[in-house]
Design a protein around this ligand. Sequence first.
Ligand code: BG6
Length: 797
Amino acid sequence: MRHPGCWKMLTVAMCVALLGCLQAQELRGHVSVILLGATGDLARKYLWRGLFQLYLDEAGKDYSFSFHGAALTSTKQGQAFIAKVLESLSCPEDVAPDRCSELKGQFQRLSAYRHLATREDYMALSKDIEAQVQRGGLREAGRIFYFSVPPFAYADIARNINSSCRPGPGAWLRVVLEKPFGHDHLSAQQLATELGGFFREEEMYRVDHYLGKQAVAQILPFRDQNRKALDGLWSRHHVERVEIIMKETVDAEGRTSFYEEYGVIRDVLQNHLTEVLTLVAMELPHNISSSESVLQHKLRAFRALRGLQKGSAVLGQYQAYSEQVRREQQKPDSFHSLTPTFAGVLVHMDNLRWEGVPFILMSGKALDERVGYARILFRNQAYCVQNDEHWVADQSRCLPRQIVFYIGHGELGSPAVLVSRNLFRPSLPPESWKELGARPGLRLFGRPLSDFYAYSPVREQDAYSVLISHIFHGRKDSFVTTENLLASWGFWTPLLDGLAHEVPRLYPGGAENGHLLDFEFGGARLCFSQQQPEQLVPGPGPAPMPSGFQVLKARYRESPLISAWPEELIAKLADDIEATAVRAVRRFGAFHLALSGGSSPVPLFQQLATRHYGFPWAHTHLWLVDERCVPLWDPESNFQHLQTHLLQHIRVPYYNIHPMPVHLRQRLCAEEDQGAQTYASEISALVANSSFDLVLLGMGADGHTASLFPQSPSGLDGEQLVVLTESPSRPFQRMSLSLPLINRARKVAVLVMGRVKREITVLVSRVGHEPKKWPISGVLPTSGQLVWYMDYEAFLG
Ligand code: BG6
């Protein structure tokens, strides 16, 4: 016996307690709760309190209990810690003081510290539990192991429990796991496989404490109890948008070593906000008390999530963050973190119910207030004739119509369910939710509280207490199953990968953030409302203020160069194109734009399609710089790219669109069909002086531009405006504007993106005019302007 003192204490405590609690009552069994990491922060703040609440709720009912606080701390220290925590426990207001002190005394006697490290320790624990149960003449009902330990300790503990501390036949085992559950899909899968080697799925309870928040736990019951009213409302036909928000005022100071690895998306969006999202969006099962069907419906909701793209998110980082990381992790002055502490993400669901409805997920540290909610905002198609002073909350169709699951904090200061009075009077279980009293002067989402039917819990309970009770009752729907966990990581991992090198927008923190982090969406993209060039590479010293940001302007091959991170670069290029277009239309009545193919311009097309409402499309002529000799409907066709990413989203007159005639008489780029000459004639006829207002080019890793490849026998000089060329890669045949025609343009923009271009960028910076070797070096407008647009990876590597 390793700790005879402890054992003796425990035996006495158990006997007294068992006798005390059992009295004459017939018990269904004994439950042992083993809290691993019993001296840690989470245990101190929430878990002991939650276990005490469990005891308050269950004492004198069907089961007897023992609570084992386990850790690696020495027995003496552990005992002292636990004694202190237990002493500080208090009962909720609805428990009479006498009853409270009696139950608290019992709980203290039932709880003991135990040093738990080796396999032998676990064997000894198991034996002790068996002996206790036997002495009490009881049957063992089950064991709960609560892992409040860092994930690296999981495997050892799991192995020890599995090999040496499982309860005997007929009794259940429940292991409770705390996040993080991995870092991405792969690591979550590995962790799940590892744990799956020790425990069965039904034995694992993965905690997401947001599922224990009262307003979150009420989402499904609310939907269920108000089915009749909601049936006609809960869909894309009526919902304008859904906001799922968790704002915090605290920052990450003191926990940057954790935070640096995770960031806000992994820390909050992947789990808490996603769980809330699925509860709002899933189809409602017939029987919401069936854990199995709730979990299955949730899984289906995951499957309906549309994949995220880089442009689906905006990221921020509070300014003091990097300095905190440097200090807490002894990093050099030059260290700058890219970890986001703020994120807004636009999510869509591809199913009949939610098609087209934006779900906005947002969370951040160092914001102006602490508040969390899921808000369902309904469309409003009413027009009210009377002055708004006469709008009456429960009658006027013009007031905002919304349902809010108010998770907590904020102006209201407590969890609540709010339903606009002009929607319907909701039904909530009266034993656990009560109507909120009047709070004159209080406004929520810009409306007085009196606009809502507002309910709050009769007894406020913290999330952990709720979840511990659900663990005890085996309510698996309040926990994250392996399948759901992997589905969630499957959804978030591509976005996380895509954003890995994204520079978050810096924000000062608190109220000073002003509108810096406001964002808006168009189509599938989300962007900050305030356009603001990002800083290049922040230097050491105090973090720059918003006014100190800049895009790098330099020169490259003696022409202006603009460099920035990809998103800002594209935004800048799109702005410049629009400005050029507006000027050209004002001066000449038309704007002639020639666009390249390939992948680099795709984000530019998307940007132009979704963000440039003032673009003079009606007066713009769109030409192709080059084309692959494939039918125009072929996915490889440059025209197809243009069509998919730009043309179908804008209104350009058909006769202003000029695809290259690569497909004539049912054949591709046949010399005899004279496609190149036809295109040249069309240009000469429509474009004054054959001088495009703007030609957008790219630069290939081999130095090609347009479809003019090194050693090209044509198109580098001479009279021809449009030529047929050969590419070293498929499809080999191409049609291209010639260098002489390109160089007649008023403006040429060369867009170069990505690390793969770094080598050629360096090389071309040094070579002279050698278009035979590097056609791009032949681009030099005769009287127009050349501007290079390079992202940092292409320019700086
Ligand atoms: C945790 C995150 O899961 O949730 C923290 O790791 C965050 O970063 C916390 O502060 C917020 O929880 P609550 O209950 O305070 O809203």
